[in-house]
Design a binder for this molecule. Structure first.
Ligand code: SF4
Length: 210
């Protein structure tokens, strides 16, 4: 119980830094945190429909629509017809929107240095713990689906005896270790519920590998 409280306290401390950075970005760019999230998502994953955007950042569709309308007015996003459905619209970041998104994606220097202070074993253990927490939150519907290895159809956890690289990614056909677990992979394909549970069970049982 003490560990639980201490972990949550620690996460909230890091959250203070990220919130502070969010407000600094708001002042520097004139974008609200919701507009910032949408622009960064569209620059990394776009184009996308408004429903997918709302789901990704866990806001209602009206809230996402208001934020997108503001981004369109500011010239950061444009609407184009969806080639797959004449009645639908896809949101694209403009060149100016991409430039701003690139600056918004830079992590605070203090946070980068703090993460770099971890040795490889600590970093791998931390990433594995984060992966488990995020997957548990996702399974409970507390956060939107994440593009992470443990829910990916290409993930084969603990299939090798090599302690440094026990997992396999079928997409790139290569082995990898816990330190390379992805939390936001562009090649992620969501596995079905049965495969996810199987993969999750196999992944959870193993110890940390670097
Ligand atoms: S495709 Fe990406 S998310 Fe899927 S297993 Fe490979 S690295 Fe992980």
């Amino acid at each position: 119980m003490a560990a639980t409280a201490n972990i949550i306290t620690g996460l909230s401390r890091i959250g203070v830094l990220l919130r502070s950075q969010g407000w600094q970005r708001t002042e520097a760019t004139g974008l609200t945190p919701t507009q910032t999230q949408i622009l960064v998502y569209l620059a990394g994953r776009g184009p996308a429909r408004i429903g997918a955007v709302a789901q990704e950042i866990a806001v209602s569709q009206p809230t996402a629509s208001d934020a997108v309308a503001a981004l369109v007015r500011k010239g950061h996003v444009e609407k184009q017809p969806d080639p797959d459905d004449a009645r639908a619209v896809l949101l694209h970041p403009t060149a100016a929107g991409r430039d701003i998104a690139a600056t918004l994606s830079i992590w605070p220097d203090a946070l980068l240095k703090a993460v770099d202070s971890l040795d490889p074993v600590e970093a791998a253990g931390f990433l594995k713990g984060l992966t488990k927490m995020i997957a548990a939150l996702q399974e409970r519907g507390a956060i939107p689906a994440q593009h992470m290895c443990v829910s990916c159809t290409h993930f084969r956890p603990n299939v090798y005896s090599d302690a440094a690289r026990p997992h396999h990614c079928a997409f790139v056909d290569a082995a990898f270790g816990d330190a390379s677990l992805r939390l936001d992979c562009p090649d992620h394909v969501e596995a079905d519920a049965t495969a996810r549970l199987e993969s999750w069970t196999r992944f959870r049982k193993a110890r940390v590998h670097v």
